[in-house]
Design a protein around this ligand. Structure first.
Ligand SMILES: *Cc1c(COP(=O)(O)O)cnc(C)c1O
Length: 393
């Protein structure tokens, strides 16, 4: 029996399933051009594509990003960096987290830029580089108050950085810190501590070419924090978390499925595990083939809604691992096979990622980065599918 295909599938783009994630590559390119227009030609753009590009697909977005002005691809882990380098050894990749010293040879072999936050790590990496007769590229991380990773912003660290700068196997490409984003005063305090490090390093005749502090929110809200590079994550994908500035960006991701079963539940009967939902009257119930194992928050039990025929329809009962049920009372015209937007960009009355994150009591990045590999991704340009990623890829 041939697989039923979604509206976006041609035979070359089969998803083997009704549930899919649509990623608009034109929107990603548009967002990058807006970010470039915002920060000007002098400031580099580090495109943050950790966590599989926040669920959008890091390998699938990498070329769109580098072709539209991203200067660096930023990830969190060595495995994320290696996956990119296996696709194209020429991608410029920065690991913003720490890497185990026993894995340092990979950094050198694949020319991956590594974040360093202790003198001992720097010495280990230097030794690996010299053994291979190569130079390892690094960014130094400074802790200006977040208390995650980084050299403390103090005199002892300045001495250690001077020692690192003298190591022959290392090249210091950049130096960065990360904002807590509590309020203007705390941001200003962190920025001042970072600038103080810059002044003190200059007094010690140590110049580092790329200074960076701003993530998405800071780069829009605080133009003076853009420095030599911004690290843009959320805004690449069209997710707006900023408050003061403005930036013309478009959400790239939509999550869709189709009704694949309809039943009538009699008044008083329940739906799904534990019967947390019971029919107040005879009710048409649609079953949708997506669940929490696709990355939809199970915490939306009793709160989640999807959009069918431009109407918002409540989820009925507990969300299962692979399926969930919705109450069709307000959409009598709904039929088997009808399209459902699980969440979208707000068009056709769809719930946005912003709304879903509020309902789930979390942030937008958490909603998209939790999307698993199981739902196929369909990538579009000019409204047409150009690439598909399924579990088989
Ligand atoms: C994830 C991350 C970013 C990007 O954050 P957004 O808020 O998505 O822009 C920037 N810098 C570091 C160090 C990060 O870990």
């Amino acid at each position: 029996m041939p697989a039923q295909t979604s509206s976006l599938n041609g035979s070359a783009f089969d998803t083997f399933r009704e549930t899919y994630i649509e990623i608009n590559l034109d929107h990603i390119a548009h967002n990058l051009h807006s970010i470039r227009a915002m920060c000007g030609p002098q400031t580099k753009i580090g495109a943050v594509i950790k966590a599989d590009a926040y669920g959008h697909g890091a390998l699938e977005l990498a070329d769109t990003l580098t072709e539209n002005g991203a200067d660096l691809l930023c990830v969190a882990t060595l495995s994320e960096a290696l996956a990119l380098k296996h696709q194209n050894p020429a991608y410029p990749v920065l690991i913003m987290g720490l890497t185990r010293t026993q894995d340092f040879d990979f950094l050198i072999q694949y020319d991956i830029i590594q974040t360093i936050d202790t003198l001992s790590q720097a010495r280990e990496l230097n030794a690996c580089a010299l053994r291979s007769q190569k130079t390892a590229r690094i960014h130094l991380k400074i802790d200006t108050g977040f208390h995650r990773i980084g050299f403390p912003a103090n005199e002892k660290s300045l001495e250690e950085i001077a020692q690192i700068a003298a190591l022959p196997g290392l090249q210091i490409d950049g130096i960065f810190t990360h904002l807590v984003l509590l309020d203007d005063a705390s941001n200003a305090q962190q920025f001042a501590a970072f600038l103080q490090m810059k002044t003190r390093l200059a007094q010690n005749h140590i110049t580092i070419p790329c200074w960076h502090i701003a993530d998405s929110i800071a780069s829009v809200d605080y133009p003076e924090y853009r420095m030599d590079m911004i690290r843009a994550g959320a805004i690449l994908y069209g997710l707006k978390g900023f408050h003061k500035g403005s930036l013309d960006i478009r959400q790239a991701l939509q999550f869709k499925t189709r009704i694949n079963h309809i039943s009538t539940v009699k008044a008083g009967e329940g739906v799904s595990y534990d019967f947390t939902w019971r029919a107040a009257h005879d009710t048409r119930i649609a079953t949708l083939p997506f669940g929490y194992a696709d990355g939809y928050p199970r915490s939306l039990n009793g709160k989640g809604m999807v959009t069918i025929h431009q109407k918002r329809v409540p989820i009925a009962g507990i969300i299962c691992m692979d399926q969930c049920m919705v109450d069709l009372t307000d959409v009598p015209e709904a039929q088997l096979g009808d399209e459902v937007t699980i969440y979208g960009d707000g068009s056709d009355n769809s719930l946005t990622i912003q709304e879903i994150s509020q309902l789930a009591g979390t942030n937008k990045n958490d909603i998209v980065s939790r999307l698993t590999r199981r739902p196929p991704r369909i990538y579009t340009r000019g409204q047409k599918p150009v690439m598909v990623r399924t579990m088989l890829d």
